[in-house]
Write a new protein. Structure first.
Length: 461
């Protein structure tokens, strides 16, 4: 059946056929129950009449024999039979099978043979339908007569035929109705899907602003439309970020490339003759090449971080890791006071290299924007199932308007100041990706002129 349904390409036709088949099966079952029920009710009274008359005839006959010892062959049994019913005909034979009496209606009718007593049988002859019942009448344990009763049920059979015809017509009309109503209902149900298909066909990478119409009904299709709209919003935002990222990366790469190209042109003109120009050009080209290499590595790191879904976690001696990063930073900035608040009870599982890079990024930012004799503190707090890592500095701080954007790629709080301090505005974006891949959270609190606190919450396991 399912193979047959799959021949229809449209879901609406499949649903219509399923609905029509179920509807017809139920209708046919109801019609069968009605037909059998009517047939049973029509014949029930006839069967009861047969049994009642047979019992009365047996009773009267045995009573007559008991009181008068009458010769049974001299009794007018058919006339007695007529007293009880004018609709029945009868044939009476003795124990040897010799005819005693018979109704005129049965004189030329051949009755069924081999039928067991008290068993109803239908037979047809001469274009009519009859119901037949044979009953044995006994007296003092002896078989006296065989009573065969017959009734014409042609009218009942015609009634059943008419009922069958009506049922056939209603079934055919039901089939047509089920198909038409099924098509109507499935089209109404699937209409939102057609709208979804139409809208989706319009969507492209250059046209992500269209949205599906959401009905004011909380059903599966409405939830599907809402989910699809949410996906489109996320996709649109991702494309915007990608375009902004590509634009920012192109802008960042354009500057060193322009510098390198300028010095190459300078060398092409005077470099071979002027040793000072040659050294200046080589130094500048080397610096800009390193700058581009660093930028490309950071971009690749961010790309890998977005693709990375799982990391191999291992036990980390967290206090030791913080001390390593702090010592590296002291060598780079001996004028600053860099302190590690020890907490030996902290246990953490994660990617050691990634978490070390995260700490380096935080300390690098603190070193850049903390004046000489400033203070930087690394600490860890046990929060039950999580740990809280804090990097606090006494630097120049970040304005409130900039806090919402500091994790954006290539974002700089102060463009001119950042250029002097170096960097590309990618550090915090990388740190955020590292925190995300560890299923953690990151937050930054800052006040201009007071300092900044970076707070990272990571699960211990």
């Amino acid at each position: 059946m399912f193979t047959f349904l799959h021949r229809f390409k449209k879901i609406s036709w499949r649903l219509t056929l399923i609905y029509a088949i179920i509807f017809l099966m139920v209708l046919m079952l109801l019609n069968l129950i009605i037909q059998n029920g009517v047939e049973y009710l029509l014949l029930k009274d006839v069967h009861q009449e047969f049994r009642h008359i047979g019992q009365q005839i047996s009773k009267e006959l045995t009573q007559e024999l008991k009181e008068n010892q009458t010769d049974i062959t001299k009794l007018d049994l058919v006339e007695d039979f007529r007293i009880f019913s004018t609709n029945l005909a009868a044939k009476v034979t003795d124990a040897d099978g010799d005819l005693i009496d018979v109704s005129k209606e049965l004189e030329n009718i051949e009755l069924p043979q081999g039928v067991k007593p008290n068993q109803f049988t239908e037979f047809s002859t001469k274009g009519k339908e009859f119901l037949y019942l044979k009953k044995l009448v006994q007296y003092q344990g002896q078989h006296l007569i065989q009573l065969e009763m017959v009734r014409d049920i042609t009218s009942l059979e015609r009634t059943e035929d008419i009922l069958g015809f009506i049922i056939l017509i209603t079934t055919m009309l039901g089939a047509v109705f089920s198909i038409l109503s099924g098509l109507f209902m499935t089209r109404q149900i699937l209409a939102p899907i057609e709208s979804i298909i139409e809208t989706v066909n319009k969507i492209s990478i250059g046209n992500l602003q269209d949205r599906l119409k959401v009905r004011d009904v909380d059903d599966e299709l409405s939830r599907l439309a809402k989910t699809f709209n949410q996906m489109l919003s996320r996709l649109e935002e991702a494309v915007k970020r990608q375009r902004r990222f590509i634009g920012d990366a192109s802008h960042e790469l354009r500057t060193p490339i322009s510098v390198i190209q300028g010095y190459i042109n300078l060398l092409d003109r005077w470099g071979a003759e002027d040793k000072e120009v040659l050294e200046e050009a080589i130094t500048a080209i080397k610096d800009e090449t390193e700058n581009m290499s660093e930028l490309i590595e950071k971009l690749l790191l961010i790309a890998k971080g977005e693709e990375r879904q799982h990391i191999e976690k291992q036990e980390i001696a967290w206090e030791r890791l913080m001390s390593e990063v702090a010592q590296e930073s002291r060598l780079r900035a001996p004028e600053l006071k860099i302190k590690v608040v020890k907490n030996p009870s902290i246990n953490l599982k994660g990617d050691r290299n990634l978490l070390k890079q995260m700490l380096r990024i935080f300390l690098d930012n603190s070193i850049k924007y903390t004046p000489d004799d400033g203070k930087i503190t690394l600490s860890t707090v046990d929060k039950g199932e999580n740990i809280e890592i804090r990097v606090k500095d006494s630097g120049i701080g970040i304005a409130k308007k900039d806090l919402a954007n500091i994790f954006d790629r290539f974002y700089r709080v102060d463009e001119a100041r950042s250029k002097r301090q170096g960097g590309h505005g990618l550090g915090l974006a990388i740190a955020q990706e590292i925190v995300k891949v560890h299923q953690g959270e990151i937050d930054i609190k800052s006040k201009p002129g007071v300092g900044t606190i970076v707070i990272v919450k990571l699960p211990k396991q």
